[in-house]
Design a protein around this ligand. Sequence first.
Ligand code: ACM
Length: 516
Amino acid sequence: MILPKPSRFERHDGAFLLSSRTTLSADDASAAAASAVRRAFGPATGSAFDAPESGAAAGISLSVDSERLGPEAYTLTVTPERIEIVGGDPAGVFYGVQSLRQVVPAEALSASTAGDWEVPAVSVRDQPKFGWRGTMLDVGRHFMPKEFVLKLLDLLALHKLNVFHFHLTEDQGWRLAIEKYPRLTEVGAWRPETLIGHANRPASEHTFDGTPHGGFYTQDDIREIVAYAAERFITVVPEIDMPGHMLAAITAYPELGNGIKPPKVGTVWGISDEVLNVEDSTLDFCRDVLAEVLALFPSPFVHCGGDECPKVEWKASESAQARIRELGLADEDALQAWFTGQMAKYLAENGRRFVGWDEVLEGGGPANLPSDVVVMSWRSEEGGIEAARGGLDVVMAPCQYVYFDYYQSDNHDTEPLAIGGHVPLSKVYGYRPIPGELEAEAARHVLGAQAQLWTEYVPNQEHAEYMLFPRLCAFAEAVWRDDANGIESYDAFLERLRPHLARLDALGVNYRKLDD
Ligand code: ACM
C-alpha cells in the first residue's frame, strides 16, 4: 500500500481510529513531522493534534532515535492503541508520516469535512537506498506559476523525493530576479511568441503563435519556495545554465555575447550557437549572479549547467582565441573546462559544490576538474561511469530512462506532442541508478538519480502533471528500493500503483492513465 515500497512491511489484525480526539506528542527534533501530521490529517479529522493530558499516552507519537536508525530511515508502528513513528533523523520521521498518509484511505488525503478514519495495524521498517532522489523542472521554456511549484514539492514529498532541481534560465527565458541585473527579467523573461508544433522541420516551415510568453520568480517567491521545500526535507538545487543556453541573458545584456549575431530571446527550440563570451567582465557577471543565487538557496549544491555549448562563436571570436592562447589551452573544449573550473572555484570558496551536466567532462575528463565537482550524466550513463571511475561524485539522469519529456507510448497518435524518445512507465520502473558494469569502488560515487522534465512541448501545469505522473511514482521506487530486499516484478508494481492512483486523484493530479 505504501509507494515507494518499504524495505519491510507487515500487516496485522485490527486498526487504529484516527479521529478528532487523536492526540500527538513529538520530540523537538520531530517538529516538522508534527506539522506534516497536522497538515495531512487536520482537515480530514478535525483534530488540532494537541498533546495528550499529562500522564496519558499520545495517539500519535513522533521521535528521533539516531542510535537505532540511520539517516532518513524510520519505523512506523500502527496498533489499535497508538501510532508510533521513530526516525533516524528528522527527515526519517517525516518519511514515516508520508507512509502514514498512504496507509489511511485515499479519500483522507483530500477530505475537507472531519470524519473518523480506520488506519490498519501495520509495522514498517524503511530506509532509502540513495541520498539524491531528484526531480528537475525546466521553467525556462515555459514559465510555471509558483503555485504549481509548491504543488509539485508536495507531490515530491509524498513520494519521498528529496531534491528539486530548479532549471531557472534558458535561451527562451530567464526566470529568476537578480537585483544587480534587472534587465535579466525585464528583457530576458519575455519572448514575443513561441513556435507552433515540433522544431524538427526546416526553419522556412516554422509558424509562430504571435502570443508573448514570459514570467519570473521574485526573490520573495524563491524564499517562499525554498522554505516550503525545506519543511518537506527537499533541497532546492538552483541551475543557472552557462556558458550555453544563455541567449535570454545575452539579449538583456548584449555585452555578454560574442557580438556575432544580434541577440533575441529564443522563440524556437534547439541548441543555440549564441553563448557567453569569456571576458573577465562576463565571468564577473556570472559570479555576481551566483552571489545572489547563494544568498537565496542554502543548497550545498549549485548547478551551473554546462550542457550543449557549441563552440562556433568561440572559434570565430578573436577574444576567445586570445584567451585560449593566454591560458595555453588546447582548444575550445579546454576553454569550457577552464570556465567550469572558474565557477567551481568560486562556489568552493563560498562553501558550495559545482554540479554540471556531463559535457563538463569534455576538454580533459575528470582529472581536469576540481575533485568536488558533481557530474549529472544525461546523454547516457557513460559520462557518469567515466566521472565515477575518475573519482567524481555523480547523479545519474540518463535521457534513455529518466527524461520525462519523452513519449510515454510508442503510439504517438494517442499522446500529446513531445520532443521524441520513448520512456514508458515500465522502463522507468526497471531503471537502476548504478550501471551493472560499474565497479563497487566507483559505484560509491553515485549519489543517486534524477528525473527531468524539460518543457519545450509542455506549455502548462496540467500537461506537466501528465508527463510527470505516474512515471515519477516509478522513479521514486528506482531511487528508494534496495534490490537486497528482493526484486519485484513490474506487474506487482502495477498492482501497488493502481490504488496509489486514487491518492493522485484525491490530490487533483492530472496523471496519464495506465495502459489497459
Ligand atoms: C540537457 O538535456 N540538455 C541537459
